[in-house]
Design a binder for this molecule. Sequence first.
Ligand code: 5GP
Length: 201
Amino acid sequence: MAQGQVFVLSGPPGSGKSTVGARVRQACQDLAFSVSYTTRGPRPGEADGVDYHFIGRQQFLNKLAQGEMVEHVEVYGNLYGTSRQAIAQTVEGGRDLFLDIEVKGGAALKQAFPQGVFIFLVPPSPQELERRLRGRGTESEDKIKERLARVAFELAAARDYTHLVVNDVLDLAVADVLAIIHGDRLRAHRRFPELRRIWGV
Ligand code: 5GP
């Protein structure tokens, strides 16, 4: 069976990554979503096992020590990581996998899956980015400053991604990401098993 593809979506805070990711997952139901482990607490509306696996710090460190994470990172004082086994099971089982992770994780996955699709979502301008971060109204000034300070670091990583999408108008950004996914699925080497099945070539 042909392997599934790995689609990574990264972007600085305020790029609209979670919103775009949620819309893409809704539109592409055959795409498996990688549920990360994190030590941060759930936000209102987030469910354990759906948005994240919420675990304690010690539990996370144990998983790390056992080599259970294909990549991990500490952001804003919380640990985040992707399960090696979950990724392998999905991809080796022939399903495409969608991951919403930050840039260090993106770089680690590029090492593990050099043939993967790495999409970087860019906010339209620094002014709009700051407006979005403040507009959320959910975060303290300190947290906003912390997130703004991270933006330059994240943007510098954009050149290592295979695709760039500007999120000015949400619908267009979602359409761009869907087009990238669709385009990859149309690549000849991905279609060959189907061709072989139908035409026996
Ligand atoms: P949040 O706490 O806002 O859900 O996520 C904070 C950041 O961590 C986001 O940029 C998100 O993409 C990233 N993130 C979530 N899960 C993982 C993961 O498993 N690995 C890495 N490297 N980053 C992650």
